[in-house]
Design a binder for this molecule. Sequence first.
Ligand SMILES: [Zn+2]
Length: 534
Amino acid sequence: MKKWFLMPLVAAFLFVGCGEKFNKPKLVVFIVVDQGMPELLEKYNHLFTGGYRWLKDNGVSFSNTHHEYGYLVTGPSHYVLSSGRNPGNGGVIGNYWFNRDTKESWYCVQDTFATNVINGKESLSYRNIDKTTLGDWLKESNPNTKVVSISGKDRAAILLGGKNPDMALWYGKQGGYTTSTYYGSKLPDWVISFNSHLNVSSYVDTVWNRLLPESIYISNTRADFYKGEADWSQKDGYSPTFPITFDELGVESMLGSFPYIPFGDEAMLRLGVIAAEKHELGEDENTDILFLGLSATDGVGHEFGPHSHEQLDNYLRVDRHLGSFIESVESSIGSGNTLYVLTSDHGSIALPEYLKSEGIDAGRIPKPMKDSLYADVKTKIDLHVGKNKVYRYGNFFYYDTSMHQLEREAATDILKSNLSKLDGIRSVITKKEILDGGNSIYERRLKNMIHPQKSPDVFLIPKKYWTMRYPYGASHGTPYDYDTHIPFVLSRGGSKSRINSKRVESVDIAPTLAQYLNVQFPKDIDGKALNLDE
Ligand SMILES: [Zn+2]
């Protein structure tokens, strides 16, 4: 039986003056910037003139918002934001995980029934996830509500959109946006038309250069040429600097990586404007919701690190593109009728080379060294425990369900004694040790990532400021604050800018919006609705 939870309407007067009547927004625009970091929004705040400026100047920023789980990657985190559940409770534990029954890899939005409407190949959807999300709660409360979700990344669009959206669109690697038969039998004409004008292949001829004078970049962040950054051109030896040309990448590579460069987000936001118009979002009294997942900040961050000139430039471009988007929504739906939410799925570590220069004990765990240790461990487990007993999946280890207690203990001993030798590893820890652990923030984050059946049996946790990304770039996926700290801004045109520094968990975002919209949400989620008037 479904249990529903309805909070009293305490948030009703957010963004309106005393004595004014609360107007429910006609539209909610829920923006998730993949790898969007509060630290960078703050660092570059004085340079913003577009969307980031407008959102901050017209709303409340919750400056102390964190994901409270331990394996911070795109799939689980988007799902946390839309469902109010941590991965342990929600069951989306990674982008991929190992299915113990089939002994195969499982993608978080895999759907063996659905097909891609463009090419007929097996596709993706929300079908195999049983919990509901904010969009579903809105639809349960009012079937006339419309829910549309768009992102460069399929898992972002699908996990934000939930079980029953009117449309979910993602970039389909063949040069355009697509969907699966779970959402509709064919691609809407307006998406076909958008795709036909997109011409992604032609972007190989573009040059990505700084938007503003170089002096602004020099005075606001570290050097452009920095060891540890990826070099996309390799033209004159190692030269990870602007300008970046794409001609050497080739058309195939451009088709695949389009969402992860700033041009991809610009296109996605233009599609967002068209989608709002075609679905008539915000045009009547039923509150609609548009989810937008921006992917380039993650792509640029992985390659060049958060403090690069490239990432500063990307933030400036997102600011501009979001500015145009908001301008367009405000003019078509009317000032103050849209509630914007800005948040993120995770942050990132800085380049270890940069952290070292700041005097921090930081580093990369070399992949060749890790792989050779993994090979040693496999030989030892095969010999002492047996073959096909322990499955390595990335940096996780799964025990076969047939293993008895003594075999498990022997395997755990081998994994711990060998893998803890790796420089940069904080702990080799079992699922049981995590569940039996204490209640510090760190231990709680680890517990919240554990799903009793799906989670691996043994985890490798890197030390703080150490990464398994090798040999270049930066990444995320840890329980540390640089990964868990996310922006959370709620804005409506004309509202006063303020900062609220109380501790907020990412699972609170969906129920807080539900309460604001006077919509019921399931009682067994992990999040709680915040009182926005505090
Ligand atoms: Zn990422």
